[in-house]
Ligand binder design. Structure first.
Ligand SMILES: [Fe+2]
Length: 251
């Protein structure tokens, strides 16, 4: 090969390699978007407008919980997996040995979907026996949808905050399978705790922040120990915990 031909050959090969990877990226995007059914697009747009309603305090938080759970029950899990490109976000995933991974899915950019969402979202991934540790929130409404696996889900009403403790009352303690849903808000079932019962388990979570009239309060997690002193009326005096303690006991 002459020097000139060699250079030309290198340029052409590089050129085609570049266009190949570009094409591959474009194809991946298109294939991904093409797989999204209109019913799933409508569903996600509905989830967003419902989140806007509770964020704008057009509906009470308890009403949001009812409606979002109804929406979550309506959708096929396979459609949600495509919307969040589950395959891509869990490729090469190493699930942590304590607590849960928090993956951040992106939604497809297709006609009919918002470019910005009112709610935050994440996917929790857990190994068997590991937990999204017991915690409550302030000024936040969230909903869970089990994507894969079986989980034991426990919820509690948060009845009274004390300096070192929170008085809680158990409301739910049952198995949640793929497709099942739960929600929490300032007003109902504020504390949740989900433990994986299968080899792995995955939860889709959405959260709407700043939902309380007068708002302002930090929306972060409030960790506590539900295995506390049992007091009158079926209540538990649950000690407040730090993130680290909560994961040492329940992670
Ligand atoms: Fe939470």
């Amino acid at each position: 090969m002459s020097e000139l031909n060699r250079r030309e050959f290198a340029r052409n090969t590089l050129g085609s390699l570049l266009s190949y990877s570009l094409l591959e990226t474009m194809f991946r995007k298109d294939a991904f978007a093409d797989e999204i059914k209109p019913v799933a697009i409508k569903w996600l747009a509905d989830v967003n407008s419902l989140a806007a309603d509770v964020r704008g305090q057009k509906i009470p938080q308890i009403e949001w919980q009812k409606q979002v759970e109804a929406l979550f029950k309506k959708i096929e899990i396979a459609d949600v997996l495509k919307l969040i490109d589950f395959e891509a976000i869990t490729k090469d995933l190493k699930i942590v040995d304590n607590g849960a991974n928090s993956l951040r899915p992106k939604f497809p950019k297709v006609e009919g979907l918002p470019t910005e969402y009112v709610f935050g979202r994440q996917v929790f991934a857990l190994k068997k026996d590991r937990s999204v540790v017991p915690h409550g929130h302030n000024n936040m409404a969230t909903a869970f949808l089990i994507l894969k696996g079986d989980m034991r889900g426990r919820l509690y009403d948060r009845l009274k905050d004390e300096k070192e403790h929170i008085l809680i009352k158990p409301t739910v303690d049952r198995t949640f399978k793929a497709g099942e849903t739960s929600s929490i808000s300032d007003d109902k079932d504020n504390v949740h705790w989900f433990q994986a019962m299968s080899e792995t388990a995955f939860i889709f979570n959405i959260h709407v922040l700043e939902v309380r009239p007068g708002g302002g309060e930090s929306t972060g997690r409030v960790y506590l120990d539900p295995n506390g002193e049992k007091i009158a009326g079926g209540l538990i005096r649950a000690k407040r915990l730090e993130h680290k303690q909560a994961h040492e006991i329940y992670g």
